[in-house]
Write a protein that binds this ligand. Sequence first.
Ligand SMILES: *Cc1c(COP(=O)(O)O)cnc(C)c1O
Length: 399
Amino acid sequence: MPRHDLSFETMAVHGGREDLAALGVHALPIDLSSTYPLNDLARGGEALELMAMGGQDKTNPVYSRLYNPTVGRFEEALAQLEGADESVAFASGMAAMTACLLAAKQRGSHVVAVRPLYGGSDHLIASGMLGLDVTWAQPDNIHEALRSDTALVIAETPANPTLALLDIKSVVAQARGVPVLVDSTFATPVLQNPLKLGATLVLHSATKFIGGHGDVLAGVVATNVEWATELRKVRVITGSVLHPLAAYLLHRGLPTLSLRIRAAQEGAKVLAQKLKDHPGVKAVHYPGLEGGDPCGLIGTQMRGPGSLIAFEVENFDFASTLMGSVKLMTPAVSLGSVDTLIQHPAALTHRVVDAEAKVHSGIGAGLLRLSVGLENPEDLWADLEQALVKAMAKAGAHA
Ligand SMILES: *Cc1c(COP(=O)(O)O)cnc(C)c1O
């Protein structure tokens, strides 16, 4: 039973561990079984049928694509943190997004989406590969994009990579009863809970903050019983399951999630201000800066601005020199790790997004995205500053 009565930090430590004492263990057990002994053929067959339709039979897992207790414990814990009935874990964030779209397609063949989204999600939706039509809407004209066969409204906040914030309550109101999926990867359940604002599904690339150490690929969707059942059905059919070792690592990290998010956020606040004051930086997009949260969502929808910063420099060459000159930070895609990563969205994570949409969303040649880790912010700034000096010198030499 989900325990929504406890505080976040307590749920993060104890969630999904309710059965451990009865098992006689203290740490999370890792069950690597691919198959399970069947004590009774008739019961086993019934369990298989139930789970093939998206139901759950924890006492009779039958086969690990249908149910795995290590994955199940992580799902229970994550559902508690989002205030959801249930959550369903997948092999990656993209597998989770694919499952949501396939489940939605049972209800209608049209989706409405608000850009910018993560480049991979944009690519999946724009490709039409799953047989869904898409209408790209502006945050304030979602209702105009709805059709009678609209099955899902998809939004991401804070948005990857621009850190633009969407008002989830407004999106839900405009969707007029159509289920809303919020990709909350950048916020994690520490900083916002979209379901409490009326969203039906909240998706996380758990590869990022929830994993938190850059060593797991995973996705998870927290939702109501009805959608969770549909999502498990898709997962059983398509086989996009999360490996139990990955689930163990995710679950092991939950007790420190809040500490990691808040510490990284303090570092990001320092760096965002220093970047803003630097002559080599044209603009900084960070919801924690003055003017970075025009709708006033920090403190209402979100409990803090998080630890991602987008900033603009002169052009691609400047950005490329800067990225190539950092010594402490890692020039790499992905985010939400204990260490700091810097990347160029237009060339990398959002490369495959439609060119016009990229311009319209503000994903330009001079945009860089910084995922601030747990290093001391003064050390990070020293690294960033020397890289900015190098990029400025090179740009000056060519001017
Ligand atoms: C990375 C990311 C995804 C995709 O997740 P994977 O685990 O890489 O498949 C989806 N949404 C957002 C916002 C992301 O940053």
